[in-house]
Unconditional design. Structure first.
Length: 581
């Protein structure tokens, strides 16, 4: 029977509610008197909130900002964890108030950000004692995050309330853009640039466009040589406070950050002989109109290459970047398909487009025009992978070739491109996967710009669920981007303990500007922190619309082909797909 259409994370068993009530009574007896009222107003109550994990659906992150001291957020039992709130607009923060349950943090930080990705620490402690803490802080930002690094108990972290006080309407930082970004779309020049099949039109401007999927690279025409440099013209004299370099694997080990008034005479603000690559955030102090990265030793046999070269400070002639997408509300349902059609009916054409033709990744199936995707009349969509009655017989016409092809297997693949796309949110589906040697069912998302000519993996890919039949008890969640893709994607498996095809499971991702957390049956098992990803793997390319895909592939590079033990046909059954935004 199909579940009632509401967020399960808000349910609480009677015993849990009773326990929470008793704990509340104890807090009222044992907690110290309420701290003095902060100078500003309470800004966090009812605002969108996200966390690295939740102990269960009974203890969601939203409970920490609901103004109810009888409800609480509780994390998984591991370090580190975090919880953050989006205030909706920049604010001057003057106090953060924490009302801890007994499972409190011994070590934690309070951090502020205007964009949900670049953070500044305004409070830090390693000797916290729990209870009610009123922390006087000073700083500006739209997002406030607790970074929790050491637990006081064997349990997780648990907060009755996470309150942020301050005033709105203040500038979050010097200059327009996130925290005084001065380099966006400013003219850039370089020693050389690459333009060939390996890196097409990798011009200097690609390092200042705030597009994490495009890059500047030095030319290979005359061999990659030292030195190599890239210069940004800020348009007017500026005071430079920090520089962010998001490197490709072709990075500088030895380089200088320099500033100039005339693009001829240079002063060094920073120098290193041990550059680490990936994302380097460098605090500097200098004044000038031009800023240059001057590399003198490469990390490998290639040249120098930067996805992003960002300069922050005051002055200059900055260009306002496009506004950041609004933060999501993981409890606000905005789109769904419950698949309640009559037995044998096809997917709703207002929501889904069937992809027709052969697969990719050396898959063996031919995707049909909904011949393999039908409702079962019991509230499920069934995508069936099957062997042709006569192997090698004619498949339906391929619209891309204008004629028929031959195939051994057929299946279905559906997408929502051009009909529904989302930037951030909770995207979930209740699925019973197919599972036999050579099968590859998936529930995933692809960047909407893919159909605007942005190739994969620059478009970005979010795999919420993948399963391959030769690993019957495992499911996978993975991210793909230009710096990590294919077999090198950034992901994690989950061992279910039983065959993945034995029952329905709810597969979900919660995604915002700073993180993604992947769930199976509301249990978080893999969290991607944006800052950590950028510092260890490469750029985050997930701040634009993505569409949803469901498919049941046969064969391919990862699962391998069907074998003697393969059983066909195989059904991938989808009870619902829902998006909360």
């Amino acid at each position: 029977m199909k579940p009632v259409l509401f967020r399960r994370r808000g349910r609480r068993l009677f015993t849990l509610a009773l326990a929470a009530g008793l704990a509340t009574a104890l807090v009222q007896v044992l907690s110290p008197a309420a701290p003095a009222v902060a100078a500003g107003s309470l800004l966090s109550q009812g605002r969108p909130v996200t966390a690295s994990s939740s102990e269960s659906a009974a203890f969601p992150a939203t409970a920490a900002v609901d103004g109810d001291t009888g409800t609480r957020w509780s994390s998984q039992f591991a370090d580190p964890q975090w919880i953050q709130v989006d205030l909706g607009q920049p604010a001057a923060i003057d106090e953060v108030r924490l009302n801890w349950e007994a499972a409190h943090a011994r070590s934690f930080t309070v951090q502020l950000s205007d964009n949900g990705s670049t953070w500044s620490t305004v409070y830090s402690t390693t000797t916290a004692t729990g209870g009610v803490q009123a922390l006087p802080v000073t700083g500006n930002g739209r997002y406030v995050r607790l970074g929790l690094t050491s637990r006081a108990t064997q349990w997780g972290y648990s907060l009755w309330e996470f309150q942020v006080y301050g005033t709105t309407g203040t500038d979050p930082g010097p200059g327009p853009g996130p925290d005084g970004l001065l380099s966006y779309q400013k003219p850039a020049t370089a020693s050389t640039f690459q333009d060939d099949g390996a890196c097409r039109a990798c011009t200097p401007s690609k390092a200042t466009d705030l597009d994490p999927a495009t890059r500047w690279a030095t030319s290979a025409t005359n061999g990659w040589v030292d030195p190599g440099w890239i210069t940004i013209d800020l348009g007017a004299t500026a005071t430079i406070e920090s520089v962010v370099l998001q490197w490709d694997p072709a990075y500088a080990v030895d380089y200088q950050l320099q500033v100039s008034d005339d693009n001829a005479t240079w002063r060094t603000m920073y120098t290193t002989t041990s550059g680490t690559g990936f994302k380097e955030t460098v605090t500097v102090s200098g004044t000038g109109r031009y800023v240059r990265m001057y590399g003198t030793e490469r990390s490998n046999g290639y040249g120098y290459s930067l996805w992003e070269f960002q300069v922050y400070g005051t002055g200059g002639a900055p260009t306002q970047p496009p506004p950041a997408p609004p933060a999501p509300d993981f409890d606000n349902l905005v789109w769904s398909d419950e698949f309640n059609g009559a037995n044998g009916s096809t997917p709703d054409p207002a929501k889904w487009t069937p992809e027709v033709g052969p697969g990719v990744n050396n898959e063996l199936q031919y995707y049909t025009n909904n011949d393999n995707a039908r409702m079962d009349g019991a509230g499920n969509l069934v995508i069936q992978a099957r062997r042709q009655v006569t192997p090698g017989s004619a498949c339906p016409p391929d619209p891309n070739s204008g004629g028929s092809t031959t195939c051994q297997y057929t299946s279905g693949r559906l997408n929502t491109a051009g009909k529904f796309e989302t930037t951030y949110g909770r995207v979930e589906a209740r699925i019973k996967v197919s599972s036999t040697q050579g099968l590859w069912p998936a529930f995933w998302m692809l960047g909407g710009n893919f159909f605007d000519g942005v190739p994969w993996p620059a478009s970005g890919e979010i795999d919420i669920l993948e399963h391959i039949g030769r690993e019957p008890t495992l499911v996978h969640s993975t991210l793909h981007a230009p710096a990590y893709f294919g077999a090198g994607g950034h992901g994690a498996p989950l061992e279910l303990g039983t065959n993945a095809s034995a029952a329905f499971h709810v597969f979900a991702v919660e995604w915002d500007a700073s993180h993604m957390t992947f769930f199976v049956d509301d249990n978080p098992f893999f969290t991607v922190d944006r800052d950590q990803l950028e510092r260890t793997r490469g750029p985050w390319v997930y701040d634009h619309p993505f569409f949803i895909i469901l498919n049941n592939a046969v064969g391919g590079d990862w699962p391998g082909p069907p074998g003697p033990g393969t059983v066909l046909p195989q059904n991938m059954m989808i009870d619902y797909v829902r998006v909360y935004r």
